[in-house]
Design a protein around this ligand. Sequence first.
Ligand SMILES: [Fe+2]
Length: 214
Amino acid sequence: MIYLLSDLHGTMNFRGLTDYMHMDGKDDLLIILGDVGLNFENTDENREFTQAFLSIEKPIAFIDGNHENFAYLDSFPTELWNGGSVHRLSEHIVHLKRGNVYRIEDKSFFTFGGCKSSAIWDERGLRYQGEEAGEEECALARKNLRLNGYRVDYILTHKYETDSCKTISQPLLWLTKWIEQQVDYDRWFSGHWHRNQTVDAKHQLVYDELMAVC
Ligand SMILES: [Fe+2]
């Protein structure tokens, strides 16, 4: 089974993560939709979280959110994993990069992390370079979706960007609109808002309730 969660923000004491750790299905995979928060703050608490998370011995893949240390994620080696490029953080944990399509359990997953943090994070000194997608990542996304015949089973993004959001990442907004126009998909899962909510038949917000995808 493949499960989703989002927005841990540096806590191991996270309802759905605890549930996942207690499952004994050998082929399970947890995908986290960003804002994991590894090595994000210069605090003992965050260092302990980072160590504990990287010691997890069940399979986890995650996309990045806006609250990540991107230089830290980039410091891990890149490898091919289920048809796409990842950073390998540990034997069990990989970071899914923006604009890739992965084939897992016979389903295709397009992934695109990141978004723009609101201004308050500047005051806290916690805006890391790389939170917003660059043109290269958007071009890679469009290329990989084209190579997949503009069809994937699932779309996973950290944020579902819309015109009505207060803080907008323009590249993410353009890509979101382009995908909606060009790509045939079954369901679009996103995090960021800290809500477990079914928006409509195709769009789902994910937070701390473990959600089975397939
Ligand atoms: Fe976020």
